[in-house]
Design a protein around this ligand. Structure first.
Ligand code: FAD
Length: 301
């Protein structure tokens, strides 16, 4: 492919994930000539695996307080201009069925693939040019343009959007390209660390809890103090390797190695007091009594 005028675009978007496709589609529909570049041939893999394959695509209560940033106002204007209802309107236009699972979490009825197809169609509606399976070898400024040297030739664009995602799951295409480009252009980078992840434990130490895998229950979970404190009332899920579920995914974003995580399984009550109070005068087996407050498998354990 030669680097002639046909390869000049108003906007080059790097990364055809949720962010890149949405951005490319909107820019294209507003009349910009957009090229969307991704090194993967199978795009949007993270959408595909999201929400257990059904994509938890928004939350009815999504708001600025749900976003972590050293600038808490950062997400305010974006969320004010594009609300969960706007995304639902888009889903309706594509006749994609959805349901509310819990606490405002919305999932596709059928498959996350529906969201991918919708975003693809939105890009096509904006006349977006696709470059998939296209590695990015170099990004540099040339005059007023950004010049991209790719495995499919050279591209030029007046504006560059870097939407190559985070570092999680390199197996499905994640790389540090966004961080490298940021560094190259002298932008400050916040240290990266895992967020919204399950907690895994040392295999041997976790062995006694393995039989609890699959048990789910609402808990109060908290860690940290002061400005970096996190506290949630959410569902916790026991797994073969540790703890997961919304409670743990949420708290993982606040946890610092070495810091304790407090998990209250008993809704703020003192479990010993409750047990003593209820065992007195009762002939119930301890596990049966506990099962009034805890999932029975946990009470048995
Ligand atoms: C298991 C799992 C479940 C999840 N479930 C949910 C959920 O239910 N709901 C929810 O809202 N979020 C969920 N998330 C988070 C969500 O998937 C991500 O936040 C979101 O997909 C990120 O979108 P993105 O466009 O920023 O990045 P990505 O989806 O990561 O897209 C980045 C794109 O850039 C491309 N790219 C990367 N490096 C290069 C490079 N060097 N050259 C060219 N292209 C490159 C990649 O191939 C990829 O297509 C989940 C995440 C995981 C891992």
């Amino acid at each position: 492919m030669s680097s002639g005028t046909t390869n000049r675009f108003d906007v080059a978007v790097l990364g055809a994930g949720a962010a890149g496709m949405m951005c490319a589609a909107v820019a294209g529909q507003r009349g910009a000539r957009v090229v969307l570049v991704d090194h993967a041939t199978r795009i949007a893999e993270k959408i595909r695996i999201s929400g257990g394959g059904r994509c938890n695509f928004t939350n009815l209560q999504a708001g600025p307080a749900n976003y972590l940033s050293s600038n808490p106002h950062f997400s305010r204007s974006a969320l004010a201009r594009y609300t969960p209802q706007d995304f639902l309107a888009l889903m309706r236009r594509y006749d994609i069925g959805w349901h509310e699972k819990h606490r405002g979490q919305l999932f596709c009825n059928e498959s996350a693939e529906d969201v991918i197809r919708m975003l693809r169609a939105e890009c096509d509606g904006g006349g977006v040019t696709w470059r998939t399976g296209c590695g990015i070898e170099e990004v540099r400024r040339e005059g007023d343009d950004y010049l991209l040297v790719t495995t499919q030739g050279t591209l030029r664009a007046g504006a560059l959007v870097v939407a190559t995602g985070g570092l999680s799951i390199p197996k499905i295409g994640a790389t540090d390209l966004g961080y490298r480009i940021a560094r190259q252009f002298g932008l400050k980078i916040v240290d990266t660390r895992p967020a919204l992840v399950p907690l895994t434990f040392d295999g041997q130490a976790w062995q006694p809890f393995v039989p609890l895998a699959g048990v789910s229950m609402e808990v109060d979970i908290a860690t940290g103090s002061g400005k970096t404190a996190g506290a949630f009332k959410e569902d916790l899920l026991w797994t073969h390797r540790g703890l997961s579920g919304p409670a743990v995914l949420q708290i993982s974003s606040f946890w610092r190695p070495g810091a304790p995580i407090d998990i209250d399984l008993f809704d703020g009550e003192d479990a010993a007091d409750w047990l003593i109070g209820h065992k007195r005068g009762s002939r119930k087996h301890l596990a049966n009594l506990l099962a009034e407050r805890l999932p029975s498998r946990l009470a048995d354990a």
